[in-house]
Design a protein around this ligand. Structure first.
Ligand code: SF4
Length: 324
């Protein structure tokens, strides 16, 4: 399985310009904490027929869950991930990252059991739960709040992708942006930190769409942001659209410039969980640069350095304060 560094975005020097989850966790626990990505066999209402069968047009779940074929239990997955992390960095603390599919889409007792299994792993400090905003049924947020009250860190990662409903419809997302804002409000009212997942380069969207999505999310209140470029993976509807010439992926240069725009407009207390996506080369069709995470992060950093900006710079300029 993949052991995912919680210091994402991973560049040390980029972390001087951007508040990363890695920095946040290191300050809180006084040592490195790594995210361990888990695939515990959840499905998704947009794939199992409850909402639809095809899923989002860009979805091939294998692109973000490389371990989906062979699925060891939670503790085995954590153990394997921890072994990789130990070799790489020597870290001894972990965040259990329920990443694949929709990680609140099951019976409450099964969710409770899976979350608690992960927390029983030695060194596990908490959970990061990736899910759709329309899958927070009866008792789910309360369960997460209880786990938080027991002393664990809990992040709720909500997929929004864009605030533009016509785009959400176009990518067959199966929910509108209003569902995200209501879910985020409910979670934050319980004191649960929310990380909003946005995708840049969605069909029909430009820099202005990215800026507006980011503005609305930040204005509504959010604790973390996860940003990545739309990539075309095998066995997705988007792949057929791309082959037919109906979708053109964005360039690395555009992605770095747009992402820098968003970083500059993000208040300094908001934590970036991710600034680019990862996809295995055997699944990725386009754009090819998506396979090179470090190149993307370096490019974002070089844009910020060229501009002399950092997280929150645009806000300080707007309020009349000199940038650092
Ligand atoms: S919500 Fe996630 S898992 Fe479900 S279809 Fe969309 S991308 Fe795939």
């Amino acid at each position: 399985m993949r052991a995912e560094g919680a210091q994402t975005p991973g560049s040390r020097t980029l972390a001087e310009l951007v508040r990363t989850l890695g920095t946040e966790l290191r300050e809180r626990y006084c040592e490195r904490v790594h995210k361990l990505a888990l695939d515990t066999g959840f499905t998704c209402p947009n794939r199992d027929g409850s909402l639809g069968h095809g899923g989002c047009t860009f979805c091939n779940n294998e692109s973000f869950a490389p371990s989906a074929k062979a699925r060891p239990d939670v503790l085995e997955q954590m153990s394997r991930g921890a072994a990789v992390v130990a070799k790489r960095t020597g870290a001894r603390r972990y965040l259990a990252y329920f990443q694949a599919y929709t990680n609140t889409y099951d019976r409450l007792d099964r969710l409770d059991s899976l979350y608690r299994q992960s927390l029983s792993f030695p060194g596990c400090v908490g959970l990061s739960i990736g899910t759709r905003p329309d899958c927070l049924g009866e008792g789910v947020l309360e369960l997460l709040a209880r786990i938080r009250d027991e002393g664990h860190l809990v992040w709720l990662e909500l997929g929004l992708q864009t605030v533009f409903d016509h785009t959400l419809e176009r990518v067959n997302r199966g929910h509108g942006s209003d569902v995200y804002f209501e879910a985020s409000r409910r979670a934050r009212a319980l004191g649960l930190p929310v990380c909003c997942h946005l995708i840049l380069g969605l069909p029909g969207e430009d820099r202005g769409h990215a800026l507006e999505s980011h503005r609305m999310v930040v204005d509504a209140g959010v604790d973390g942001l996860k940003i990545h470029p739309l990539h075309v993976v095998r066995s997705s509807l988007l792949a057929a659209q791309w082959r037919a010439g109906d979708y053109a992926p964005m360039s690395l240069s555009d992605y770095a410039e747009w992402t820098a725009d968003l970083i500059e407009r993000t208040p300094p207390d908001i934590v970036f969980h991710r600034l680019t996506g990862t996809c295995s080369e055997d699944l990725l069709l386009a754009p090819a640069w998506c396979a090179k995470k470090w190149d993307v992060l370096n490019r974002i950093e070089s844009v910020l350095r060229r501009r002399g900006t950092r997280q929150g710079s645009a806000l300080r300029l707007r309020s009349g304060t000199d940038p650092e």
